[in-house]
Design a protein around this ligand. Structure first.
Ligand code: ATP
Length: 270
């Protein structure tokens, strides 16, 4: 536990890492990473290109095994000998919105959204069709169920991917750069949709994003990673980080001002 955390904060956590080390083979990308995400919270993961945001996400959703430390997701420890079994349970409780959207191009939107329901449940087809309709309606795509992904705009594809990520009513939704490639208005609409999901369903959101406007609009807490530190350099409410941080890297990010980094580097030069 950290100094400013209470025991109940940690007990209510739906994601918890302790001294987590992640990377590829011999290459360590992040080490000693400890944080938690409370139920119903919206947390953004920030940091410069290559600092390990996607790598951390891959470890949280079980795509890569941690090199060290522990990870609990939705009540399951996803390390150790029972990792595979735990991951099967976890995969029913989480949704993932990948950066690319990752819709299958040769399937209609309805078939794309039905995929997780067919894979993870024994529900009859009529019920699956109903759920698919509800999910597409929730993202404003009820009239597009029979469209192919290539017939839609980028924003609509993202919303369809969101409907698929929500198909199993996940407890936690992970989003990897949801606004990437979207114009500011479409990105803001997606933010609103994510906020609605959080408010209406109490779903916990972990969002990787570089978009300052999104960070300020949606997150209650931000966790900032850094490639030199190979870990967390700041966490807190994004407004506090923007207004009160004294770390030049945090300030440079939140004020979109690279000269703050250069000044800090200059001030340490003899
Ligand atoms: N499959 C892989 N095998 C080996 N190294 C990888 C692999 N994927 C990523 N890396 C390396 O891990 C480091 C962190 O990459 P990662 O994609 O997690 O960063 P990121 O913060 O998500 O970056 P971006 O914001 O540019 O998407 C980088 O040095 C990258 O080259």
């Amino acid at each position: 536990m950290k100094r400013n955390e209470t025991r109940s904060d940690v007990e209510e956590a739906v994601i918890r890492t302790e001294n987590l080390t992640v990377g590829y083979g011999e290459t360590v990308v992040l080490q000693g990473v400890t944080f938690h995400v409370a139920k119903g919270e919206i947390v953004t993961i920030l940091g410069g290109s290559g600092c390990g945001k996607s790598t951390l996400l891959k470890a949280l959703i079980g795509l890569i095994p941690p090199l060290g430390g522990s990870v609990w997701v939705a009540g399951h420890p996803i390390v150790g000998p029972d990792r595979q079994e735990a991951l099967e349970a976890v995969r029913r409780k989480i949704g993932v919105l990948f950066q690319s959207g990752a819709l299958l191009g040769s399937f209609t939107l309805a078939d794309n959204v039905a995929l997780p329901l067919e894979e993870f449940t024994d529900l009859p087809k009529a019920l699956i069709d109903e759920i698919v309709h509800t999910k597409l309606a929730a993202v404003g795509l009820a009239d597009y169920a029979q469209y192919m992904p290539m017939e839609l705009s980028g924003g609509m594809r993202k919303r369809a991917a969101l409907a698929r990520a929500m198909a199993l009513d996940p407890e936690i939704l992970f989003c990897d750069e949801p606004s990437a490639g979207l114009d500011p208005v479409t990105a803001a609409e997606l933010d609103t949709l994510l906020l609605q999901l959080n408010e209406a369903l109490g779903i916990t959101l972990v969002v990787i994003t570089h978009e300052l406007a999104s960070i300020l609009a949606i997150s209650q807490r931000s966790i900032m990673l850094d490639s030199e530190a190979k870990g967390i350099i700041a966490q807190g409410s994004p407004r506090d980080l923007q207004e009160k941080s004294t770390d030049p890297k945090v300030l440079a990010f939140f004020h979109r001002n690279p000269s703050l980094l250069a000044q800090a580097a200059g001030s340490t030069t003899p």
